[in-house]
Ligand binder design. Structure first.
Ligand code: ADP
Ligand code: ZN
Ligand code: ZN
Length: 741
């Protein structure tokens, strides 16, 4: 390689919220490939030592070179992958987030701390094929060790051998005599090379719809080919993923599969691991820092053909990218709601395009974003309309709540249906989207309700342990004996939460186990899996749970699903509330009747005549989604327009309002002077204006074209960052916000 002259200046991204880069001087011998973007370096930053990433090598700086400090050390022999750096730069620009912070977010903790990007290896010992037994000599322990290894033709690791009280010296002695051999292997496993094929269990024979979808997907394996796999729950989408991945891995390429947080269960992972003989590497929050680095390295080096992970796995580098799948693409957990507010599904699109590979978005209830793109032809629209198993998904039956006595939130005909289901030997799932005993505590004499002092919100009544808790700020209070306003002792629960419904069901069905599944009951490690294992044994049982239960879990014995209250999304101020609530209802309903028996779904509502709810019940999610898209078009809302939300919060309402008005005014001037085609709305109070004793305002930007949004946001970010007044408040920019709260 011709030596290019060494750069005089390294431009470095430092983990910090500041939206700028910092110049340093190179120092020490450059790594083999020379100074280049993607190398991690240790530098002094203020009084701290931090790990930064070189993003540019240049000959000049805005500062005189004499003012620049040299780096302390270069931490890598080779730069981090170029595609990874590219994705981080894109993310930083698109979401208006500092590059240094973005890079830090996109790498495992140990890399952030400066550890080398290396796989941990262990030794595996095997009997050497042509060893001469004569050479063993008189060594009884070595003979025993050799015998043990003979019993294990696939070899044993040093750790296992030592656990049997043999020593490394004995192994080394046998190796020196040519009787055993040792090889190093990585902890994430290795791809078998014995030509026995990729699968350890055979693929299923596809039905017509699956075969047609797979066939279409096979056509696009060598190019950017975005597809929406739109299939009802249980229609066999996962089987299509598995067979597509097989084709990709057969071509020696890698597949990246993104799964919602709630969906990455041992069950899901088990399904992938059962099918493939090649390593399936998982990236999720349960890993130790070392395991995470191992997984990252296995993906980056290309050793892991299949990588499955939750949101942040979108930043996993791949040496030989071949396919990206986003399962349950509509799921809210793909969007990060604080700090770097990226959407993993949207980045998956960007990444697949960059690599020139297929992208598969799967869902029974696609987001309006993806449906819109499928309708406009940007995405191929693949449909699976039938369940792979026997029974069609159940229709929703609306049940009128008005004027009927309730017990734990359930009315008599619904309790009768639960009884009938249990009598038939089946299981019931009761879905209620509120944890705690009751949404609040109210005085029957004067109407007082328990409210949080720090938020515009009511406090939830919990029984286990007893307290009032605010779900927005986590503030807790003891339950009062009497009304603080009128002194009456007649305090009663208002509405029902999981605890209260569980309690009434346990009373009504004393012989039947009632399992409550929510964030409170599943805090202990494995608590959820334990309950589900019990439930899968199939004895009659009632499950009471929040949306933790709605997705991912296969509950074959559930034939009745009850939704305690469907009304939360109906009249909400957030324009996406109805979409999200319909998706949730459809997913919950999808839990019913997945195995031998057909299912039934009872949905309690105060508004059985609501047109949206009726559309959902009578014609299903797809019909409702069509009508919502039409509403969005008329109201000029996403996905037909692009949106960004600027959130501002501060301790004092008047100061915050004044500042927000000023910045919105400047922003409007800027939009005019740059001749941008966009609307700037606000400032307006956030849906919950006071939260954690701070005031929240928002400014919304809407544009027909994405390109119009970004210059305005970039200006705003720099303005707010440089504006001394803005130091007294907190602000953030959310591009493509998923909620307005
Ligand atoms: P989805 O991902 O669409 O919810 P799954 O892939 O989980 O659906 O499939 C639902 C059930 O149907 C699973 O138990 C799966 O093993 C089974 N299944 C899927 N495809 C087939 C097929 N072609 N033949 C038989 N069973 C199938
Ligand atoms: Zn009172
Ligand atoms: Zn609060």
């Amino acid at each position: 390689m011709a030596d290019s002259p060494a750069p005089r200046v390294l431009r470095i991204a430092i983990p910090s919220p500041l939206r700028r880069l910092f110049d340093y001087l190179p120092q020490g011998a450059p790594p083999q490939g020379g100074w280049s973007p993607g190398l991690r370096v240790r530098v002094e930053f203020g009084r701290r030592q931090v790990v930064g990433v070189i993003v540019d090598c240049r000959d000049d700086s805005d500062l005189p070179l004499t003012k620049l400090k040299p780096i302390q050390a270069c931490l890598d022999k080779a730069p981090l992958p170029g595609d990874w750096l590219w994705l981080c730069r894109f993310t930083s620009r698109y979401y208006q987030h500092a590059l240094g912070d973005t890079l830090a977010h996109a790498m495992p903790v140990l890399l952030r701390q400066g550890r080398p990007l290396e796989a941990r290896v262990r030794e595996r010992w095997q009997v050497a094929p042509n060893g001469d037994p004569e050479r063993l000599g008189r060594a009884p322990r070595q003979a025993e060790l050799l015998e043990m290894l003979r019993q294990h033709p696939q070899g044993l690791t040093t750790q296992v051998i030592q656990a049997q009280s043999f020593t490394r010296d004995q192994l080394k002695a046998l190796e020196a005599k040519g009787l055993v051999s040792c090889r190093e292997e990585t902890l994430t496993g290795t791809t078998p090379v014995d030509g026995q094929g990729l699968l350890s269990s055979p693929a299923l024979a596809l039905n017509d719809e699956q075969a047609k979808a797979l066939n279409q997907l096979h056509q696009g394996l060598d190019r950017f080919h975005p597809c929406l796999l739109h299939g009802v729950t249980g229609s066999g989408k996962t089987e299509v993923y598995l067979q597509l991945i097989e084709a990709v891995v057969a071509k020696k390429r890698q597949a990246l599969v993104l799964i919602p947080e709630i969906g990455l269960t041992p069950q899901t992972l088990g399904r992938f691991r059962q099918r493939f003989r090649v390593p399936v590497v998982a990236l999720h929050s349960g890993l130790t820092d070392h395991e995470r680095l191992d997984a990252w390295e296995a993906a980056a080096s290309g050793r892991a053909p299949i990588v499955i992970g939750t949101r942040s796995a979108i930043f996993t580098p791949l040496a030989r990218p071949g396919l990206i799948i986003v399962d349950e693409e509509h799921d809210g957990s793909f969007k990060q709601q604080d700090g770097l507010r990226y959407h993993a599904r949207d980045l998956a699109v960007v990444r697949a395009k960059r690599h020139g590979i297929p992208l598969l978005l799967g869902s029974a209830t696609p987001s309006l974003e993806s449906l819109h793109r499928a309708r406009t032809g940007d995405y191929a629209h693949l449909r699976l309309t039938r369940r792979a198993t026997r029974h069609a998904p159940a229709r929703l039956e609306l049940v009128d709540l008005k004027g009927r006595p309730r017990r734990g939130g359930l009315i008599p005909p619904v309790i009768d249906a639960i009884k009938a289901t249990l009598d038939a030997g089946h299981q019931v799932l009761v879905f209620i989207n509120r944890r705690g005993f009751a949404p609040t505590l109210a005085c029957h004499a004067c109407g007082w309700m328990a409210e949080c002092d720090h938020c515009d919100a009511r406090m939830t009544w919990h029984r286990q342990p007893p307290m009032l808790a605010c779900h927005h700020c986590d503030r807790r209070r003891v339950i009062p004996d009497a009304c603080p306003d009128c002194g009456s002792a007649d305090l009663r629960p208002l509405g029902s939460g999981t605890e209260r419904t569980e309690e009434s069901l346990a009373e009504a069905f004393a012989e039947t186990p009632v399992h409550r599944i929510d964030r409170d009951s599943t805090r202990a490690k494995d608590a959820l899996e334990k309950m589900l294992t019990e439930v899968r044994r199939g004895e009659p049982a009632i499950l009471v749970g929040t949306q933790m239960l709605a997705k991912g879990h296969h509950l074959p014995h559930v034939t009745l699903v009850v939704v305690v209250n469907a009304d939360a999304g109906l009249y909400a101020s957030d324009f996406r509330a109805l979409e999200h609530s319909a998706q949730l209802l459809e997913q919950v309903a999808g839990r019913a009747g997945r195995a031998a028996h057909p299912g039934r779904v009872l949905v309690q509502t105060m508004h059985p005549d609501d047109p949206s709810l009726r559309l959902l019940a009578e014609r299903g999610y797809d019909a409702l989604a069509e009508s919502l898209l039409e509403e969005r078009r008329i109201a000029a809302l996403p996905p037909l327009r692009f949106m960004a939300l600027v959130r501002l919060e501060g301790p004092r309402e008047d100061a915050l309002t004044a500042l927000a008005r000023e910045i919105a005014g400047e922003l409007r001037d800027q939009v005019r002077s740059l001749a941008l085609d966009l609307d700037c709305l606000g400032p307006v109070p956030a849906p919950m204006e006071r939260r954690q004793n701070r005031y929240h305002l928002q400014i919304a930007l809407m544009a027909e074209r994405r390109s119009q949004l970004h210059p305005a946001l970039e200006w705003l970010a720099h303005r707010l960052e440089a504006w001394p007044e803005a130091r007294r408040i907190r602000w953030s920019i959310d591009v493509d916000p998923q909620t307005l709260s």
